[in-house]
Structure formats: C-alpha cells, structure tokens
Write a protein that binds this ligand. Structure first.
Ligand SMILES: [Zn+2]
Length: 203
C-alpha cells in the first residue's frame, strides 16, 4: 500500500561530512525536506525509499512518486546521497534515484547543479543514463558508464511517459528533451521559476 511522510531533512543526511567545500549553505538547508515513500522494485516488490528535495519541489516530488506507485513503475532504489558518501558516481553506479546533492555541474564552469539546491532529481540512472555528445553528434561520455537507454525496458522514461508529464505540469524540465546532452534520468525545476535566493546559486 502506498504511504508517504515528509519532514525537515536532518543535517546529518544532507551535510557532507567528508568535504568542507561541499557543505550545504544555511539558506538552502532550512528549505530541504526529506520525503519517505513506497515504491515498486524491478522484482515487483514494495520497497521503502526516501529523497531529499527543496520544499518548493516537494509538490512535484510527491505527485511523481505517488504516480510511479500507481503505475507500478519500478525504481531500483531511492536513498539520500549520504548513503553513498556524498558521491554522485557511487550513487549512479548503484542505480540509485536521488535528489539533493551539493555538487557542481560536470561542464568545467564550476556552476552548482540544481541538485545542490534540491530542485533536481534523477531516476533509475542505469535505465536512463546521461549521454554527452561532441559537436558532430558523436557520444563521448555516458553516466553511468554501463547505463543502457532502451525505451521498451521497464523503469525507462520517455517523452510521452506520464511521469515526465506530471513533472512538466509542475514546472520541471526533463533532461531527455535537451540536445547537446540527453540526461534521461534527470528532472530539474525550470530556472525561470526559481526564487531569487536559490537562483543565485545556479545561474
Ligand atoms: Zn540529475
């Protein structure tokens, strides 16, 4: 049976205990919420998951996991990033679905990712990898490296998928619609609707 509960995200979960320069600033921290919910596993069993998102992203996040349960959309696991030593790479390799993570975009600009402000989340990275292309359209990088995007496989997101639609209805952009890279696992809040105190971190 579906169940969910929401609470203020404990600092012990969101604060990177290993890297001082990746600690969550206080004005972001006060808005972070921990959502606990029930989801289906790939084996068809009910599992408990949890995700940390900013409170402004919570209506979308709650609608998303409620719908995923209703549709029996399988999710491998959903645990906050502290379980993986705050390492996105480890979380991806474990096919984990994750939200808040105080990390920078991997594009050399040093800009914070929308994950840093709790306004982005990833789903099933192995089924929905991030593909990065060069200017000729050749794939140069894949995250996770063993990820395979096959629309016919359960747990895979597509443009027509109701889970993509529900996020778009809540003001989120799906990374599968981008062109220079295809980040199939990724949803982020439209930058245009971010409040200024959060936008200044990511713009
Ligand atoms: Zn992402």
């Amino acid at each position: 049976m579906y169940a969910e509960s929401e609470m203020a995200a404990p600092a012990a979960i969101v604060q990177n205990a290993l890297q001082e320069d990746l600690r969550t600033p206080e004005d972001i921290l006060v808005g972070l919420r921990l959502l606990r919910f029930v989801h289906w596993s790939f084996a068809g069993h009910e599992k408990k998951g949890s995700i940390v998102m900013h409170k402004i992203a919570m209506p979308a996040t709650r609608a998303y996991f409620r719908l995923a349960y209703k549709l029996k959309f399988p999710i491998h696991s959903a645990y906050p990033i502290n379980r993986y030593g705050w390492s996105d790479e480890k979380s991806l390799a474990c096919n984990n679905s994750c939200g808040h993570n105080m990390r920078r975009i991997d594009d050399g600009t040093g800009r914070w990712s929308l994950h840093a402000i709790g306004c982005a989340k990833d789903t099933n990275p192995m089924q929905n990898p991030c593909l990065i292309f060069d200017e000729t359209g050749q794939e140069v990088k894949r995250q996770p490296t063993l990820g395979v995007y096959d629309k016919s496989f359960p747990g895979t997101l597509t443009l027509e998928h109701p889970l993509v639609k529900v996020m778009e209805d809540h003001g989120f952009v799906w990374g599968g619609t981008w062109t220079t890279l295809k980040d199939y696992q990724h949803f982020q809040m439209d930058r245009a609707i971010l409040p200024e105190y959060l936008a200044r971190y990511v713009n």
